[in-house]
Design a binder for this molecule. Structure first.
Ligand SMILES: [Mg+2]
Length: 264
């Protein structure tokens, strides 16, 4: 049996689906935290701030989760931009969580009419996306602004199926401008994983997620163990995969602060 006391845990499709908690995963995660496991929550969803996720997770899991225990693709994009280019003027296609992470990192969000001033266009999930904002982003990208995707997930799980993800909005701008994003800040990329591993004080950490193309792919690329749960986007176990598959975390053994997996 293999046991892990450090975990990198995805949110959408693992902790909740839309607004509904997935109790078969939430309860084992609560026990792990109570037992002293180190968990970093890693999400491609940029719509909320790390503070907000930490509040929601603390309440749901009945254990303190700090903003430092959460990495979002919005935070990842903000940090990458700050470290590689310094403080920038940004045109944002995204929701409050992304705008807030960018501001906190020292970047200056612009309104669409000011697109000419943009050093970078940062694109995340935006459920209120409007044509005017997209047109400004399109012009800024063609004008030479950096094109940064928080992630390229085509869709994300909600209570009833899936909805278009940030990747669908990135694809629209890629198509309209003929330009590929200069940087993808989300899973399965290495940058966002490094941020998570830094917070865990290094690996190895078990990567828990509901997607093969992001969560498991990120683990594979970086030689980390992967555990796919079938509570989100992936509904049936892929054949002949290198990672472990469980219907939910309730199938794993929680031993104090460790999660243990029997032979596949
Ligand atoms: Mg997910």
């Amino acid at each position: 049996m293999e046991c892990y006391s450090k975990l990198i845990v995805d949110l959408d499709g693992v902790v909740w689906r839309g607004g509904a908690p997935i109790m078969d995963n939430v309860e084992p995660l609560s026990s792990l935290l109570a037992g002293g496991a180190k968990i970093v929550f890693l999400t491609n969803n940029s719509t909320r701030t790390r503070e907000r996720y930490a509040e929601i997770l603390s309440r749901l899991l009945g254990a303190p989760v700090r903003p430092e225990d959460v990495v979002t693709s919005g935070y990842s994009a903000s940090e990458w931009l700050r470290k590689s280019r310094g403080c920038a003027r940004v045109l944002v296609v995204g929701e409050h969580g992304l705008v807030s992470e960018l501001s906190r990192a020292c970047h200056k969000p612009l309104t669409p009419p000011d697109w000419r001033d943009a050093d970078a266009v940062v694109v995340g999930l935006d459920r209120g996306v409007c044509y005017r904002g997209l047109a400004a982003a399109h012009r800024a990208i063609l004008g030479g602004a950096l094109f940064i995707a928080t992630n390229t997930d085509r869709n994300f799980p909600v209570e009833e199926g899936t909805e278009p993800g940030a990747g669908a909005i990135v694809a629209l701008l890629r198509e309209s401008t003929g330009r590929e994003p200069d940087f993808d800040a989300g899973k399965p990329g290495g940058w966002i994983l490094e941020l998570a591993l830094e917070k865990l004080g290094g690996g190895p950490a078990l990567v828990v997620g509901d997607r093969v193309d992001t969560d498991m792919e990120m683990a594979r690329r970086h030689g980390l163990p992967g555990l796919l749960v079938l509570t989100g986007v992936t509904r049936s176990p892929p054949r002949g995969s290198w990672f472990r598959v469980v219907r939910s975390l309730s199938e794993a053994v929680v031993d104090g602060g460790r999660i243990c997996l029997g032979p596949q």
